[in-house]
Design a binder for this molecule. Sequence first.
Ligand code: GLP
Length: 242
Amino acid sequence: MDIRVLKTKADIAKACGEIFIEEINKKPDIVLGLATGATPLPTYEYLIDAYKNGRVSFKEVTSFNLDEYCDLARENENSYYSYMLNNFFNHVDMDKSRINIPDGNAKDAEKECAAYDKMIEDMGGIDIQLLGIGTNGHIGFNEPSDEFTDATFKVKLSDSTIKSNSIYFPDGDMPRYALTMGIGSIMKAKKIILIATGAAKIDAVDKMVNGEVSPACPASILQNHDDVIIFLDEDAAAKINK
Ligand code: GLP
């Protein structure tokens, strides 16, 4: 694992953004795996600025998002579809037909998940996968469990994730299920960049980096990938620095 501890969130957004810009300029029809949550927002802002300054174009880029809530209208402001449009896609020149996000309202979730994996495969796989990490060590919505998951699937969210994410659903209508790429899907990405910022992530980061590779901390599997960059701020890195 290539672990880079930087001072501020802005430093991470710049360092991570510059990697994306370089890779997209090298391969304009790159396939990106994208993440939601609070963590990647500064990176998306950095990329939007770079686009506005003519340093990068997303015209030929294809994207696959990691996950989406089930039983939540796409138009709901808390859907990951809305998140991606509002925080990134609407501000750059992405071709909307190349944006892929699992359909959490699909009648047949299994079929939707299989079709999603097939689309990724047909595109030649993900070139760079961006990840955040949950306080319980989840990546995407792969919750701690007894075994590593494989392909895209429908997951019941853990109590810890419901607690963390319910701040976005003050009316108490936080979805209980989601569709998510599996650990197997994530590990197939050619390059992985994970960002973790803030003290709430200290233990998850410590287990991911120093713990044994175990589905009890899904992110620990990244120790087995041969091209992973982990960007941490000093708060999130507090335990691994000791
Ligand atoms: C969410 C998402 C993950 C994200 C994680 C951390 O539930 N499914 O993809 O990485 O939790 O979110 P945040 O960056 O807001 O801490």
